[in-house]
Each structure stands twice: as C-alpha cells, then as structure tokens.
Design a protein. Sequence first.
Length: 109
Amino acid sequence: MTERKIPDGKYRVIKIGKDAVYEAMREYFTDNAEVFFDISDSTTAVTRFDIDWDKGEFICIARNELPENEHLQFDIDTDKLFSRLENTTDTLFSRNRYVEMSESDIEKL
C-alpha cells in the first residue's frame, strides 16, 4: 500500500459553506453522542440540531427514544432556547457540557 501524505511544500485546503459546517457539526455530535450526552448507547436516543447563523450558536438536544407504540414528539422551539438559554458550556471537553431539562422546564423558559 502506498503511503498517503501531503507532498513537501504543498498545502491541502478545504473551504466549506454553512451547509457543510452544519453537516460536520451534526455528524460530529451524532458520532460522539455517548461522550457528549453521557449515555451508554447512542442508538437509544434521538437528537435534534439547529444553528443560529446570525449569533454563531449551535444547539443539540437529545432524548430517549420512545417505544414503537408511542408517537415521538420533538416539538421543542429551538428559537426559544437560543434566545433564553445561556450557553451550557464554554468547551465541549468539559465534564458538565449539558443541562438536563424536562419539557415543563423548557416551556417555562
């Protein structure tokens, strides 16, 4: 197998737009949900993502997946969370990255 590397004196550049940034963030959170949300198995959770491009803020919400016979509701107003919820962490590498809230907690915001 030939070694793949960047040739001496060369640069490889990637420039992406908003959609690709959003895609990368979504994939990063999906691939690392166990770490970010302190869960054993990410297949037991469903997530929702949103970005406020004007403020440069990203939000990811995770919850347990409901059994098959229940209707999955995920009607959380992310605009409300963006405007009323402080950042939950300064870094994704902090132990306390997330806050745990009930639906009523979110409604009270």
